[in-house]
Design a protein around this ligand. Structure first.
Ligand SMILES: [Zn+2]
Length: 458
């Protein structure tokens, strides 16, 4: 049995039912689970390890609900910098065809290191390409190495160009293989227990890269094992046009027709979710991963997040793949969500459309709900001990944190954490990532990024 005392945060944001913010707050942890939360003087004084959060704002670890971590190898790639979704994919598919298992593992470590330093303690990752012997197990190994709570989504593509899909034929898999491998991953890795560090998600890539029957079979498989479902939906106008032309309905209606609605399903983007779609998602508890930077980068549009929230749709945040959001900073994503909601508010732009505290709610409680978890997203007794602490005495927060440290964290330039605790273990302390050496990871990652581009040209 091990105990950890985190004490003396300048302010502790709990995200509990009363949204308590506790000056001088702290958390007492036993075996990775929060046992007590309150003013530091009210907590037990003896613990195996004690960390002072003085000078910091502490809050629940942020939750990332959508990513493609392998894309860290192809950030800001010439030819894909100024393209919309479909053209961007066509430029990148041939490059990604060169991915190797080592590239998957190293890029996942890189993406996770970046996320953790940005305040994120739980992430999903949607891997949908398996060339050259790559497996989802490569990502899973990386998550275990760095100690991040992980929802590994077994993506897939089965409809290639010759059948009217978007990806080249050499990148698609046979549907039987996809389902068998997904089942293997669930049986090998999925942990349904409370405080699980690893869950598997069933995640065909998108309606324009898999068949109707794979979507149906995927839902059947996921429900037989009680695991979540995830895909991309209604990302931009072309995506909606494809759905109308191929299936004769909107993306939301298509999802419903396949059984892809419910509290165990979340869809990335939903920029073009119409009123009927919002109503459907609210009624069924279907979740949305909102990825504001990616939506701006690809000029996809502005997702109607305030309308979704008013209707009661579960919404979390996603940085999305690093090739369409070259800055995988989750706190930065919360900031963009807040700003974009303001200009995107219908029928008129509205500065009060999303507050800083609402943006942090999306990044914590919202993400937890979308991933189907009731054990993360808040600092409350009985929850997993996932906590991050940002320093308040920085240049970026000067003149802001003194007035309102919570708002300062979101309004000012995104900072890196001083501490990150995941499952009761310090993963960042004094601003240093503990599980691995960043300079050698970056050198490895850059070597592989160059190798990947060389393999495309040869
Ligand atoms: Zn995506």
């Amino acid at each position: 049995m091990t105990t950890l005392l985190l004490k003396d945060a300048d302010l502790l944001v709990t995200m509990d039912a009363d949204r308590r913010e506790i000056p001088g707050g702290g958390v007492f942890v036993r075996d990775g689970v929060i046992e007590a939360v309150g003013p530091s003087a009210s907590l037990p004084t003896q613990a195996d390890e004690t960390l002072s959060l003085a000078g910091c704002l502490a809050l629940p670890g942020l939750i990332n609900t959508h990513h493609h971590m392998y894309q860290s190898l192809t950030r800001a790639l010439p030819g894909a910098q100024d393209a919309e979704l479909f053209a961007w994919l066509r430029r990148l598919y041939p490059v990604w065809a060169g991915l190797t298992p080592e590239m998957i593992r190293v890029s996942t470590l890189t993406a996770m290191a970046e996320l953790i330093l940005s305040g994120c303690t739980t992430s999903s990752d949607h891997l949908y390409l398996y060339p050259n012997g790559a497996r989802l197990d490569d990502s899973i190994e990386a998550a275990a190495q760095i100690g991040m709570r992980f929802h590994a989504a077994r993506g897939s593509m089965s409809v290639g160009e010759s059948e009217g899909g978007l990806p080249p034929d050499r990148l698609v898999e046979d549907e039987d293989t996809i389902l068998k491998d997904t089942q293997r991953l669930i049986e090998t890795w999925h942990d349904s227990a409370r405080h699980a560090m690893l869950r598997i998600v069933v995640a065909p890539c998108s309606p324009f890269s898999v068949s109707r029957s794979l979507m149906r079979e995927a839902a059947r498989l996921a429900r037989a094992y009680g695991v979540s479902l995830h895909t991309h939906l209604a990302e931009n106008d072309n995506d909606v046009a494809y759905s109308r032309e191929k299936f004769g309905m909107t993306p939301a209606a298509y999802a419903e027709s396949l059984g892809w609605t419910g509290a165990d399903v979340w869809h990335a983007h939903c920029v073009k979710l119409d009123e009927a779609g919002i109503d459907l998602f609210a009624r069924t508890g279907t979740g949305v991963a909102h990825c504001p930077c990616s939506n701006m980068r690809l000029a996809s549009g502005i997702a109607p997040i305030p309308a979704m929230r008013r209707a009661g749709v579960p919404v979390g945040l996603g940085v999305d793949g690093s090739a369409s959001n070259d800055a995988a900073h989750l706190l930065g994503e919360a900031r963009q969500a807040m700003l974009l909601a303001r200009v995107g508010c219908q029928p008129h732009a509205e500065p009060a459309a999303m507050s800083a505290r609402h943006a942090l709610e999306l990044a914590t409680l919202g993400g937890a709900r979308v991933l189907g978890r009731d054990d993360i997203g808040a600092l409350v007794p009985g929850m997993s001990a996932d906590l991050v602490a940002f320093p308040l005495d920085t240049l970026a927060l000067a003149g802001a944190a003194v007035h309102d440290p919570v708002a300062a964290l979101v309004f000012c330039a995104p900072q890196q954490v001083r501490y990150a605790i995941i499952n009761g273990k310090p993963v960042v302390a004094e601003g240093q990532l503990l599980p691995l050496e960043l300079p050698s990871l970056i050198a490895d990652h850059n070597r592989l990024a160059r190798q990947l581009i060389r393999s495309t040209k040869s």
